[in-house]
Design a protein. Sequence first.
Length: 401
Amino acid sequence: MEARYALPGSGRYRRIRAGILLTGLSIFAQLYFFQPILGGLTSAFSIEGASASLTVSMGTVGMSIGLFTAVFAGDLIGRRRLMVVSMLVSSVVTIAHVLVGSYPLLLALCLVKGVVLSGVSAVALPYLAEEIAPQRLGQVIAVYLSGNTIGGMGGRVLSIFASNWGGWQASALAIGGISLLLGIVFTLIFPASRNFTPQRVSAQVRFRRMRVFLSTPYFIALYGIGAAIMGAFVSVYNYLSFLLEGPAYRLPHYLVALIFLMYMVGVAGSMVVGRLSDRREPTVLLRESLLLYLLGIALMSIPTLPTVIGGLGVHTFAFFACHTLASRLVSTHAGIGKTSATCLYWLVYYLGSSVVGYLTGLVYFRWGWLAFTGVIALLLAGALVVAWRYVGRGAAVPALE
């Protein structure tokens, strides 16, 4: 049956764009609101900085667990229904953070929150690939990832100001309450799929598809690139506040909060490459964006405030450009295995965030900022080599039955 795409300018097209933007605002505000207040957690629970970062890592581990489950169950439930449940339930779990009195229990709730949040990430890109015409897909994916950017930025900034008023509990209450409102609006406006019907696919077929994706250099490369760029990105934003508030710069907390406004540069990164990828070869753009990412990290390694902040802007722009391109390449080349391929991408992406985000903290607190940026640069250089070798126009992409 011929696909019935949402036409640009139609009410359905506008509601898809608006709704998919709301998912990013909600999901990433909830996932990362602890990141800028790690220092407050160290005081509240008498823990070290690297341990405080586990509130972020456990959320992304939960995302990975949920996404692995979605590889097998993602096509059993309607796309819209899964996203609605994910947005509403995750908001309630975030609000429930305020009831926690011990750090291990807080980490457990972060894990649960991540599992629930994964429902949106599991099906958002497959939904867009099914409902939006290929000529406009890059632009709408850019809207989705821009929502992620703005949500991550807004959640972090709001979290800082709320914590100054009422501690980390006020941050959780504010983010959870706003996310609940966003979830209600999403439920009211977002249209159901026209080109997807829930279907039961056997576990044997799922494992066969996973084996294909995980044995094809093209997809392995994109998964590895996703893990590397996300691990680098989360690491920088996890520990940059410790550098800026430390002896080298001694910036006040309210000024450090403003670094998260740099996420607006990330919106530009998503939108620019989203439009360019509808006209230019995405694989070439991906390699160019990785080079730009390395330039940003190199600038940040120079120990002056202007170069650190300028490098942060380049780093942020390049990360969202890379992520927009890699996720598009996965979703558009996966054929009928879109859900499985996309879930695997997000799974490895968030595992990279969790593992790299924690380990680079150990490097920073033991050897300092220069060693930290050196490790990040090596990671991104590896991603660039992989992109150049395996993600090319002539790369072999398997056909799925």
